[in-house]
Design a protein. Structure first.
Length: 289
């Protein structure tokens, strides 16, 4: 996603509580069965790839208040403390997962690597160019997979080594996809045309998930979309004087219904892949609820 503050109470606080409850009471947190986490996504789990990409250029993510409440200094996270992947790692009794890019040429990443980048989309810029929509971040899901593949070729060369590494890993898919929709709506693009994006976004996620399964991954967590109608950006930009446009939480009904439509398509696709790959475990993480 873009630069949404992770402290927004209507989305993040209850979601983190639910997430930690799930992790700490699940067999995953108790068995110690994962040696590493490999993750792809956007700013909700970026642990430093974006600030590495901007190099010496100035960035607010390099300064306070980012990082001040937990690390006591800015770390490249789009948050004042930890992000989602940090909580997953701690619940699974693993060290915090480092960003891939700063050490992509030499790091061994014994506990996993994080490929997520702020603003990352599921679809590549070329698709949006065809739809007459300009997007700036080039590090879409396909780019992150390229980084992932490069790392596997370097630290686990050969089909056998790659399969063993992935069998021991938990694969995290994001959150990814919401940035596609947020970018579209923020540019005042057609809401009706946005509905055509849903199968395209889900297909992109499904395609790369299937590649990972074919490579040998055994467990993957695939989050659904957050309730984007609760985001301060949308509450401000699409403010309405009609009470019917808001749900009982004060969130914009249409945008939350859109997120649910995405989630329904994603859920069906994960079930399809689960049937196709019965030896793998695909976990649908319900961030929306």
């Amino acid at each position: 996603m873009g630069s949404f503050n992770c402290q927004h109470p209507s989305v993040t606080t209850p979601m983190l509580s639910l997430l930690l409850t799930f992790l700490l009471n699940s067999h995953m947190a108790l068995c110690g069965c994962y040696k590493r986490i490999c993750s792809l996504g956007d700013s909700f789990i970026d642990t430093g790839n974006y600030v590495h990409l901007v190099g010496n250029s100035s960035s607010k993510y390099k300064e306070a208040p980012y990082g001040m409440t937990f690390f006591k200094h800015a770390t490249g996270r789009m948050c004042d403390g930890r992000v989602l992947i940090d909580f997953y790692a701690q619940a699974l009794k693993l060290p915090l997962i480092p960003p891939n890019l700063p050490e992509n040429a030499s790091g061994q990443f014994p506990h996993g690597a994080n490929f997520a980048v702020l603003g990352a989309m599921a679809l590549p810029p070329s698709i949006y160019k065809e739809l007459n929509h300009s997007v700036s971040p080039p590090w879409c899901l396909a780019v992150q997979y390229g980084w992932f593949d490069h790392l596997l070729q370097r630290i686990a060369p050969g089909d056998g080594a790659r399969r063993r590494l992935l069998e021991e890993s938990l694969i995290m898919f994001g959150e990814i996809g919401s940035s596609d929709y947020i970018s579209w709506f923020n540019a005042d693009k057609s809401r009706e045309e946005a509905k055509d994006l849903i199968p395209m976004v889900v297909t992109a996620i499904s395609t790369f998930l299937e590649w990972i399964l074919q490579w040998g991954a055994k467990v993957a967590v695939i989050p659904n979309s957050f309730p984007i109608g609760c985001l301060p950006l949308f509450l401000n930009k699409f403010h309405s004087h009609e009470l019917k446009d808001y749900d009982e939480h004060g969130c914009l009904r249409w945008f939350n219904d859109f997120a649910l439509a995405h989630n329904n398509v994603l859920f069906r696709e994960i079930n399809r892949l689960q049937e196709q790959y019965p030896d793998a475990k695909l976990i649908y993480a319900d961030y929306y609820n």
